[in-house]
Design a protein around this ligand. Sequence first.
Ligand SMILES: Cc1ncc(COP(=O)(O)O)c(C=O)c1O
Length: 364
Amino acid sequence: MNSAVEIQRHFASDNYAGICPEAWAALEEANRGHAISYGDDPWTARAADLIRDIFETRCEVFFVFNGTAANSLALASSGQSYHSILCHETAHVETDECGAPEFFSNGMKVLQIPGAHGKIDPAGIERAVKRRSDIHYPKPRAVSLTQSTEVGTVYSVDEVKAVGAKTRQFGLILHMDGARFANAVAFLGVNPKEITWQAGVDVLCFGGTKNGSHVGDAVVFFNRELAEEFDYRCKQAGQLCSKMRFLSAPWVGMLEEGAWLRNASRANAMARRLRDHLNEIPEVKVLYPTQANAVFADLPPYVIDALRKQGWKFYTFIGEGGCRLMCAWDTSEEDVDSFVADLKRLLVEAPKDIPVATADHRKL
Ligand SMILES: Cc1ncc(COP(=O)(O)O)c(C=O)c1O
């Protein structure tokens, strides 16, 4: 029987994982001697060039500490305080950023759009734009989509293009929250440009942290006009790292030899393995297509409780219900199999009469 101390890797979040070897090696190499501060160092120039290479375009690149800052500052540069941002109702910018997009934009309002499987329905953009045109309504200015989505699904090339087309039709800016962009590219097997600037994306927040870096996401402006004075916005928001080489060097390590895609592919593969095991268990219901690195599943409450007592960590408050089981770049086949073995055993052995408060696992 497992005990909590033996569990090395959890399924709570891909940011539970450590730093991948390639990012670590680059950090170590960057830690030699002195380098010019605030981003004028060779590591930052190299990382930005590598990002331009993988997107095959002259984009403007900025490195910030985390995804909330990347999203909020990118969205703030898309409009004025009286504008609104349209996003899916489960979008991180709406549900998990503590109002930061509104705060950093001095008041842009986030409006929710419905859609199946965590994806914006393009018709919803049209409805939101046409709902009102009077001066009392926060004027729609930007659309934010998350790729891969908060529920582990991935927009296809055509789906991003459809959102892009609607966005352009109404003269809006298209922002992509790519905290797990690498997982989407790995799943689709496409060239990164096909699901970004070629599909109408103006600005991408490219996640490094969940992909194997220690900390830091990149804001990539394909629409370079939007990047004007973005450096000032970063500085004012406390997002200009003085020792910038330590934010940018891991990108060099991960992009240079393709570790970013290997990491994402591995996490995706572990999610598929987990999904396949869960699909064989009658008491478990997998909730969405498993395309990136997350599996969402309904588990009986007494098993959720028992798994947690066993030491497993996972979230139950993300998306629209169910347990979120997230795989990371370092999740192993043994981790998946050991979780599933515990789950199967506890379905039989665990006491089923747990208190109502514990059964309401969304509150945990
Ligand atoms: C979809 C999505 N966007 C952005 C983020 C970035 O969040 P943070 O500010 O914690 O780096 C996350 C992290 O959980 C996320 O899941």
